[in-house]
Design a protein. Structure first.
Length: 265
């Protein structure tokens, strides 16, 4: 039996409400040589039932009943994969039909690129469009001054070479495992982004969640810069994150005012 060209890793925990949408978006890809690896992380809702409801031989479900967390599940999927490429997918997002086709074609045409992302449209959980995120397309601006802006390859859009994922496994960093990996690997890797919007990313503004993420990023910066003596970069990141926390608070307040205003009207 021939192996699929790309394996899509989809870890999921209690994602029953949105999982079907994510799976449909993979089934509807114009690129058909894929395997979808659903890494069921011990959910206690109907996630497993939703995953099992799809009759497609390209879908494989890993289900051991344990709740191990996203990092363990992603590393598990990387080891299981036998494809040339690995792509990421979240259970609450949606891939555009030509996402895989464009990313695989790019990697095939650019053998020096290890990992390619895409631009995203951002929506809240009601489907309201919040905006879009367009990132630099070449490695140098993507990784420039990461203490100021993080590394600009959005995790839900990743598609890269399997050997790269195996060389750089994920580590536990609360809500920042992707950025920690990108930062740790960037000096020996080459990243890129497609300018096309190829993923719908669903996000509900939450100050508490973003605060946890920002704090985790401080820990990442300390582990990479602070402990190596690069105090200037660490302090620059600390100041930048403080400003972003204040901005997150303002955006959350504005979002709630808008929601409450809609309800009253």
């Amino acid at each position: 039996m021939s192996l699929s060209k790309v394996t899509i890793l989809l870890p999921v925990y209690n994602g029953a409400e949105t999982l079907a949408r994510a799976i449909h978006s993979i089934i509807n890809q114009t690129y058909i040589d894929w395997q979808l690896l659903i890494l069921e992380d011990g959910s206690n809702d109907t996630t497993l039932f939703v995953a099992q409801s799809f009759n497609d031989t390209r879908i494989k479900i890993v289900n051991d009943g344990r709740h191990l967390g996203i990092v363990a599940r992603l590393n598990q999927g990387i080891q299981i994969s036998q494809s040339q490429y690995i792509a990421r997918m979240d259970a609450d997002d949606m891939a555009y039909p030509n996402r895989l086709e464009k990313q695989i074609a790019f990697l095939e045409a650019n053998p020096n690129i290890d990992l390619v992302g895409t631009a995203m449209r951002v929506l809240d959980d009601t489907g309201q469009v919040l905006g879009k995120r367009i990132f630099p397309t070449s490695h140098t601006p993507i990784v420039a001054q990461p203490w100021l802006k993080t590394i600009s390859v959005a995790h839900p859009t990743w598609c890269g070479r399997t050997e790269w994922f195996r060389e750089w496994p994920y580590r536990e960093f609360l809500h920042n495992e992707d950025q920690e990996l990108l930062l740790r690997a960037h000096a020996k890797s080459t990243y890129a982004n497609l300018s096309d919007i190829l993923v719908d990313y669903y996000e509900t503004p939450s100050f508490s969640k973003k605060l946890i993420t920002r704090w985790a990023w401080i820990k990442v910066l300390w582990s990479f810069y602070g402990q190596s003596g690069n105090v200037f970069s660490f302090l620059g990141g600390l100041v930048t994150i403080s400003i972003k926390i204040f901005w997150d608070l303002l955006k959350t307040i504005a979002y709630k005012i808008n929601i409450f205003g809609s309800l009253k009207s």
